[in-house]
Design a protein. Structure first.
Length: 463
């Protein structure tokens, strides 16, 4: 057995799970800080700027979520090949991830001229749409870097190294906060660009962090040194990555497309204040989402390495361990939101808001934040089981289940409730909770069926 094989853990303890997850928690929390900081700093300019920045940031994510979902599978291949002891094979999939990032950058640059026309069809006020278009165009200039950062983070994570991607994400966070201060408000002699400044700060910080992590990958920092004969990159392997990655990409894309439809086509009838309050609530919920997703990702790494080492019987225990940790975290955050919701909404109030307007905004947001406690445990279940199935290569079922629940249940249900039955923000939040509940049940039944045990993700490719 090679040294790589001996380092593989297929039955992790809670301490080992947390040790692997903690850097991912910090990485994802850093991403949360970026979104929350953007919202808070731009929120000082007024509700219009806050609504434009948060919705444009969400729409930027919706545009990039498909290639992001595809490169997440890089972790599955890297983990299984690491479990098998194939260091060369695992490294090739890092390069395939970078190739997908390059293709994404080309697509983003080609899409920039069409941003204004795309935003024009949305049902927002004219000033919100103008600011959204400016934000989107700036963010797309480094869309490929965002995907490259995720691809290399997934690759290093598959090897069991979650610290190096953490440093890259923390670097992006620090740069983003500093550049926000410069470009939003016009400090250090820079022009005060407001919403556009927030986008420029995010784009620049993402590019710098990606270049730092890519340098580590190319030089070989933080990864086992390959020994023996090295095979060249092979098109059959890249196509195999796409075979499992495309359903994974659609899995994320159709879910966030449904959410984008919810925000862009359903919520506008509730008014700008409701949009700003709900988007602020969702930014706060991402504080709970990202650490739980990190625990799910850490569990998925152990699942992938166990499958690569042909120890599938160890997988259910790992999933149960990750589920307990993620549910404990989500439950704790939900309890905090339930006890003191108004405290969390205060930072999002505009500086120029009247006392009456500030009270209305905080009360509205606090009510929705308390209701969001309904979906915390369901969110944990869907993340942990979905990531475990992805690590096993069961990406097609997760795509089909998310499509069915999102587009056959959630979208028509929330559309009718809000647009035709006179539902308010409470109904909107309840539909979000119902969606996550149905999805978690579908994924849990799939995992219990054991179909994932018979999927072959990696295979020898003749070059």
């Amino acid at each position: 057995m090679s040294s790589v094989d001996s380092a593989v853990v297929t039955r992790p303890s809670l301490q080992q799970l947390l040790a692997l997850a903690m850097p991912v928690v910090i990485s994802r929390s850093a991403q949360v800080v970026v979104g929350v900081t953007d919202a808070i700093m731009v929120g000082k300019l007024g509700e219009t700027a806050l609504a434009a920045t948060t919705t444009a940031g969400m729409n930027t994510f919706n545009i990039l979520v498909f290639p992001m979902g595809v490169v997440f599978v890089v972790q599955s291949f890297a983990a299984q090949l690491t479990g098998r002891g194939d260091v060369h094979g695992a490294r090739r999939y890092g390069w395939y991830g970078l190739l997908l990032a390059l293709l994404t950058q080309v697509a983003c640059l080609a899409a920039i001229p069409f941003v204004d026309d795309a935003v024009a069809v949305l049902d927002y006020t004219g000033d919100v749409k103008a600011l959204m278009a400016t934000y989107l165009a700036a963010r797309l200039t480094t869309g490929g870097a965002a995907i490259g950062l995720e691809a290399l983070g997934a690759w290093f994570g598959g090897l069991g190294n979650t610290r190096l991607p953490m440093f890259a994400q923390v670097l992006a966070m620090v740069l983003n906060v500093g550049l926000n201060w410069v470009f939003i408000y016009g400090n250090l002699g820079a022009p005060a660009l407001g919403v556009q400044g927030a986008a420029i700060a995010s784009a620049a910080s993402t590019l710098i962090a990606f270049l730092a992590l890519a340098t580590c990958f190319v030089v070989g920092v933080g990864a086992p040194r390959p020994e023996g004969e090295r095979k060249p990159l092979a098109m059959p392997e890249f196509l195999r990555l796409l075979r499992f990655g495309v359903p994974s990409g659609f899995n994320w894309f159709i879910e966030f497309l449904a959410f984008s439809f919810f925000v862009n086509a359903v919520l506008p009838v509730l008014g700008t204040q409701t949009i700003a309050a709900l988007m602020s609530v969702l930014q706060l919920n991402s504080v709970a989402f990202m650490p739980a997703f990190a625990l799910a990702s850490a569990g998925a790494i152990f699942v992938g390495q166990a499958i690569g080492a042909d120890r599938r019987d160890d997988v259910p225990r790992t999933v149960a361990l990750a589920m307990g940790a993620a549910a404990g975290w989500m439950g704790l955050v939900g309890l905090v939101y339930l006890v003191a919701p108004r405290i969390f909404m205060g930072p999002f109030v505009a500086d120029n808001a009247t006392p009456e307007a500030a009270e209305a905004f905080i009360s509205l947001g606090a009510r929705m934040l308390m209701l969001s406690c309904l979906w915390q445990l369901f969110d944990a279940a869907s993340m942990v089981i979905g990531e475990a199935l992805r690590a096993a290569g069961d990406t097609l079922f997760t795509f089909v289940s998310r499509f069915a629940v999102a587009w056959l249940v959630f979208v028509p249900g929330v559309w009718f409730t809000i647009r035709h039955a006179g539902g308010d923000e409470v109904a909107a939040v309840l539909w979000l909770a119902g969606y996550l509940a149905l999805l978690s049940v579908a994924l849990a039944l799939r995992f219990r069926s054991g179909r994932w045990r018979h999927i072959t993700l990696t295979e020898e490719v003749v070059v």
